[in-house]
Design a protein around this ligand. Structure first.
Ligand code: ACO
Length: 434
């Protein structure tokens, strides 16, 4: 018998089957042959929330959640964060290899060439209420780019795809900065293409009346490192949204908006905003033990703790902690850090958190850094969305060019009524359904 197989006996029928095992998986389509009779649809897998189902083959990001390993295209995240710029990492994720010098300068030029927003997009943004949530503005404005670039719908044309990728990578910092300035009521600052990707973003955020913006190099590098850490994370909720929406051959602007919408949820990229709100709610170190007890009693979650995949530690959280120290040398220590450190100390010793493998994730410290840099919590997820756009696009490109992929369309286990007849309205009883 082939060793790379799985033997299954269907006790309903007594029949035996052998399914191929490849890369540690069986194909759930192979289960379909397992039937009780000719009218049977065939066996399916049931896996709400994709707890144990691979939806694709991917060569982009590797995670070992037990060992706390994260690699982009084979390179450890620690090395990339230490030695590379965000644009180098973006090139790596999108093209599979680190760029040589001329490739990097060509790529940086290409991105720079696409940092401007069409004036209609700027006007579109101006229509939002002054207190609109920046993430809702970001999602809508990214979607609105589809109105400016209708050719983006030709998703099967490789040259058109490459152009939209450069447009999105170039424009998301501009959109993010405009959302930020809009919420403050400040005039928009046009991109300055003399500056690096991150410095230009800082310029669009913070330039006021000075003729030329000059970024603090420590803060610019910290932001670049944060961008590297957030660039991709394999099949998470938003990447899955990007692939699912993109699988309908939807244009990349709308698919990216869908992915960003997924990111905005408090259980995903919205967690960093929630962490700050939680630290504010706790208020002081003395209140930490009582807060932890509340969480253990089932009243809320410790935001920034826990991860679906990492069960020992999140390697990004370690790098972020190190980055926080560099940032605080410039900005001064954020008092919220002391509350966060105490929360981490108590939680890491507590049986409730230890037994559930709950550790700080990437969002636990990123919000404290952003806050020290002067950002309000409601812009945090937008800061996450800028680099993650690269990951979404890498996932999208891989999905589009994968001959095995089709429109994403899960099955269901139907639990509703059997067929029934419509009762005339005069004879129906009230069910109290809202
Ligand atoms: N605080 C307290 N308890 C928690 C937490 C938490 N942060 N996270 C999980 N638990 C508990 C659950 O209550 C559950 O306990 P039980 O077994 O007694 O019922 C157990 O740990 C398992 O939790 P699940 O919800 O089944 O874990 P899942 O893998 O589905 O969730 C998630 C992962 C969503 C990240 C979760 O840990 C969470 O809500 N964390 C807080 C939000 C957060 O920080 N999200 C950011 C994730 S990183 C990112 O998206 C960039």
């Amino acid at each position: 018998m082939d060793k790379n197989t799985l033997s299954i006996t269907d006790n309903r029928t007594g029949k035996a089957y052998q399914l191929a095992v490849t890369d540690g998986t069986i194909r759930t389509m192979d289960l379909r042959q397992i039937k009780t009779g000719s009218g049977d649809f065939g066996l399916m897998g049931y896996d709400p929330a994709f707890m144990n189902t691979a939806s694709c083959r991917s060569a982009i990001t590797f995670i070992d959640g037990e060992k706390g390993i994260l690699r982009y295209r084979g390179y450890p995240i620690e090395e990339l964060a230490e030695t590379c710029s965000f644009l180098e990492v973006a090139y790596l994720l999108l093209h599979g290899e680190l760029p040589a010098e001329d490739e990097l300068s060509g790529w940086a030029d290409e991105v720079r060439h696409h940092t401007m927003l069409h004036e209609t997009t700027k006007k579109f943004l101006e229509g939002f209420r002054y207190d609109a949530h920046p993430m809702a503005m970001f999602v809508s404005t990214v979607a609105a780019l589809a109105t400016v670039y209708p050719e983006s719908r030709k998703v099967l044309d490789p040259a058109i795809r490459v152009k939209q990728i450069a447009r999105l990578v170039g424009k998301v910092p501009t959109i993010a900065a405009y959302c930020y300035r809009h919420s403050l009521g400040f005039p928009y600052v046009y991109p300055d293409n003399d500056l690096s990707y991150t410095e230009n973003f800082m310029n669009m955020l913070w330039k006021m009346a000075e003729p030329k913006y000059s970024a603090n190099p420590t803060l610019a590098r910290a932001l670049d490192v944060l961008f590297i850490l957030h660039a991709d994370h394999e099949q998470n909720c938003s990447a899955n949204a990007m692939r699912a929406v993109g699988s309908a051959q939807t244009d990349p602007f709308l698919a990216t908006a869908a992915a960003a919408a997924a990111l905005s949820g408090p259980l995903h990229g919205g967690a960093n905003e929630q962490v700050l709100k939680m630290l504010d709610e706790i208020g002081s170190i003395q209140n930490v033990p009582a807060y932890v007890e509340k969480v253990k009693a089932g009243q809320g979650r410790l935001m920034g703790f826990g991860h679906r995949v990492y069960k020992s530690y999140d390697p990004r959280a370690r790098i972020i902690k190190w980055t926080a120290d560099r940032v605080f040398e410039v900005t001064g220590r954020n008092p919220k850090l002391d509350i966060a450190l105490e929360l981490e100390r108590i939680a890491l010793q507590d049986e409730y958190f230890v037994s559930r493998s709950l550790y700080p994730n990437v969002d636990f410290y990123s919000g404290i850094i952003y806050n020290a840099m002067g950002f309000d919590p409601d812009i945090f997820t937008v800061l996450f969305a800028i680099p993650r756009t690269v990951g979404w696009l890498a996932q999208w490109q891989e999905m589009i060019t994968d001959p095995e992929q089709k429109i994403a369309r899960p099955r269901q286990v139907y639990t509703g009524h059997d067929a029934r007849k419509v009762v005339p309205i005069a004879k129906r009883v009230t069910h109290g359904v809202a």
